[in-house]
Design a protein around this ligand. Structure first.
Ligand code: GDP
Length: 203
């Protein structure tokens, strides 16, 4: 649909959209392509942190997928990192059509500080979050499930009070093996369905 480098260029804030975000190289482009059955809708790139733009993909008149720029590369200059933070913040905090955020995390790495910050933002803004543990094919079944349970525990507990909170959901995913595509699609359907129903009947 369009690519935006600043909030002024975002499409009109109506209908519903679901955004994908994660550390560069986490497998975001591959996941979007697997989800949409396209080979190169979202470009897969090995050049870290190059694209500092938000890509909007139209699903139909009302619904969009949003590809947020990757983060977490030490080599990226501070100026670019600040631009990333401002861009992401202006998107997450003010986008009323945002129905949910998919946070991609390589299954072999634990949640980064930024991943946690994104989860906090979601909680504050009451936006549901879904953690996609990517490249699950790189670990054995047992090892992948151990990570799944560990992240499940980490994101369902309030950091301050220790109370169990449904901050977000989590699943294993592999674009290469097409593992978890149906589960991810079901989550998006649920968010889209609920968001659109609520908009149609605010009561
Ligand atoms: P992005 O930077 O988050 O968009 O990540 P990409 O989708 O470009 O993927 C980064 C690298 O991880 C590429 O070399 C991909 O081929 C690889 N990759 C992505 N998904 C998977 C997966 O499910 N399994 C494996 N083994 N490799 C993957």
């Amino acid at each position: 649909m369009l690519s935006a480098t600043e909030a002024a260029h975002f499409p009109i804030d109506q209908g519903g959209e679901i955004a994908f975000v994660g550390r560069s190289n986490a497998g975001k482009s591959s996941a979007i392509n697997a989800l949409t059955y396209r080979r190169a809708l979202a470009r897969t790139s090995k050049t870290p942190g190059r694209t500092q733009q938000i890509n909007f993909f139209r699903l139909d008149e009302q619904l969009r997928l949003v590809d947020l720029p990757g983060y977490g590369f030490a080599k990226v200059p501070a100026r670019i990192r600040r631009h990333w933070e401002r861009l992401i913040e202006s998107y997450l905090q003010y986008r009323s059509s945002l129905l949910g955020l998919v946070i991609l995390v390589d299954v072999r790495r634990s949640l980064s500080d930024l991943d946690r910050q994104l989860l906090d933002w979601c909680q504050e803004a009451a936006i549901p979050a879904h953690v996609l543990l990517t490249k699950a094919d790189k670990l054995s079944r047992n090892a992948a499930h151990a990570v799944l349970h560990q992240v499940q525990a980490a994101i369902s507990e309030d950091a301050v009070t220790g109370a169990a909170l449904p901050i977000g959901t989590v699943q294993l995913f592999s674009a290469t093996k097409k593992q978890g595509v149906d589960e991810l699609r079901a989550r998006l359907d649920q968010w889209f369905g609920r968001g659109i129903r609520e908009k149609k009947s605010p009561s």
